[in-house]
Design a protein around this ligand. Structure first.
Ligand code: CMC
Length: 455
């Protein structure tokens, strides 16, 4: 593999003369030592551990890659979701998101993500029965919920309650057993809307509504949220379908922050409830799922169109971010945002137009014609329009990220299960570049001078 050259130091990116080999390798010249290394390229990637052989001296631990935020690091192989950010393409198991949003249901999409194939109608019925059979919570969960203050954020409630489930189902620790994993996945998908609805009603001091499996996934969720004194709550079918489509759009998004948290925590063989709670924590951040809540607060602050130029000026001056804009992977229009815009119009036919949509559209129009956003390839993402729909449907902003978490549970679990099936699974344990003090000897307290600490 390794040869020494004295004179081979071409400029980066220049074409080296010689017979073209077309082999799937990369040749690296270490200019510190003049050594040449040939490293295989497999599926468009090199193995970071292949760089270890690049050493300066005996005992050198070898070359590492430095990639804060994993901007260009593939941490797994996956067959679940395909995302081409430059072309704005998103597919689940090969199926375009646009087709799933038009023709599928959330539970069917969940089946697809977890099993790799769309179900037959028999499999679909069986799947729905299994999920709905696990929508009920243990009574103690209600007591646990009652311990939260009336104004507790629903994401905090969801995260803690999901973590608490690990104490109800201790057998879930058996993560190497596929049947046990499947049981917990079905249970988590089934119970998530119930926990979310209970978190909602806790805030309003309303009694909890027992799930009704006959209603199906989304309508049952709506029933648990909004049923009051009427003998039978009937969900508006347009709103139920809109919510179902929103669930489809949020179900998975490959290695985003919460999913990589799921894989990272799960790689230590932690049980799926603790692991999902960790993913919920990641999702709650305003740079991730929490952005939908922030978008609405931003639109509330803008209030009227004439304030938009002022906000854009603040963004361009680096004083704030335009929430719901930008994405690590999409450098083109987020295909989910395009679908959500259409869903919004259908919802408004039922609920009446949410005036915030016009502010959002104007904000988008101005941003997309501004050099700052164009040069940075900043487009509206999934969170830009979703909150406007949720608000029109009657949700308060603090519920929005919960509405993201319910469907994303499917993606988290599909990725978690795939990780456990991968024979190459390894505990997540990145390296670091140590940039601290070198060796120094302990100083007794009476001999220490005061050193002001960094803020
Ligand atoms: N508003 C203004 N400027 C932005 C924004 C934004 N929303 N997003 C990125 N930029 C700028 C950023 O300041 C940087 O500029 P410069 O090159 O001058 O320093 C440039 O664009 C590149 O940004 P980055 O921070 O390196 O991009 P990233 O890939 O690390 O971050 C992001 C991606 C989603 C965290 C970021 O775009 C962001 O904070 N957006 C707002 C929050 C948001 O909407 N999050 C939801 C993401 S989609 C759903 C989800 O995954 O949950």
């Amino acid at each position: 593999m390794e040869t020494t050259v004295e004179d081979l130091k071409p400029e980066s990116g220049t074409v080296v003369k010689g017979p073209q080999k077309n082999d799937e390798t990369i040749t690296v010249v270490d200019n510190r030592t003049n050594r040449v290394y040939t490293i295989p390229i497999v599926e468009g990637a090199i193995r970071a551990t292949d760089l270890r052989q690049i050493q300066c001296s005996l005992g050198d631990p070898g070359l590492m890659t430095y990639d804060p935020g994993y901007i260009n690091t593939a941490a797994c192989r996956s067959t679940i979701t395909y995302l081409d950010g430059d072309s704005g393409i998103l597919r689940y198991r090969g199926y375009p998101i646009e087709q799933l949003a038009e023709h599928s249901t959330f539970l069917e999409t969940a089946y697809l993500l977890l099993h790799g194939e769309l179900p037959t109608s028999e499999q679909s019925d069986e799947w729905e029965r299994a999920i709905m059979a696990h929508s009920m919570t243990h009574e103690n969960i209600k007591k646990f919920l009652d311990g939260f203050r009336y104004d507790a954020h629903p994401m905090g409630i969801l995260m803690s309650t999901v973590a608490a489930l690990s104490t109800f189902y201790p057998e879930s620790r058996n993560v190497s057993d596929p049947a046990c994993r499947r049981m917990q996945m079905v249970r988590l998908i089934g119970i998530m809307p119930t926990l979310a609805a209970y978190a909602y009603r806790h805030r309003l001091s309303l009694p909890y509504i027992t799930p009704d499996p006959e209603l199906g996934y989304t309508k049952n969720y709506m029933n648990m949220l909004w049923k009051r004194l009427e003998p039978k709550y009937v969900a508006n079918p347009v709103l139920a379908r809109a919510l179902d489509v929103l669930f489809i759009l949020h179900a998975d998004h490959e290695q985003n922050c919460s999913t990589s948290t799921m894989r990272s925590v799960g790689s230590a063989d932690a049980d799926p409830y603790s692991t999902t709670a960790a993913a919920i924590a990641a999702l709650s951040g305003p740079l991730h799922g929490g952005a939908n809540e922030e978008v609405l607060r931003m639109l509330e602050e803008i209030d009227t169109r004439d304030r938009i130029p002022g906000i854009i000026a603040q963004v361009k001056a680096g004083q704030r971010k335009l929430m719901g804009f930008g994405h690590r992977v999409y450098k083109n229009y987020d295909p989910r945002a395009r679908i959500i815009k259409q869903v919004a119009e259908k919802v408004f036919e039922v609920t009446g137009r949410n005036p915030k949509i016009d502010i959002a559209l104007e904000l988008e129009r101005i941003a997309l014609s501004d050099e700052y956003f164009i040069s940075r390839k900043l487009y509206p993402n999934v969170d830009f329009y979703s909150g406007i729909i949720y608000e029109a449907m009657g949700f308060t902003p603090d519920q929005f990220t919960v509405l993201f978490g319910i469907p994303r549970t499917v993606g988290w679990l599909a990725q978690w299960d795939e990780m456990h099936r991968d024979p190459g699974k390894k505990i997540a344990r990145p390296r670091q570049i140590y940039a601290g003090e070198p060796h120094r000897d302990f100083v007794p307290i009476e001999l220490r001078g005061r050193r002001d600490l960094a803020a």
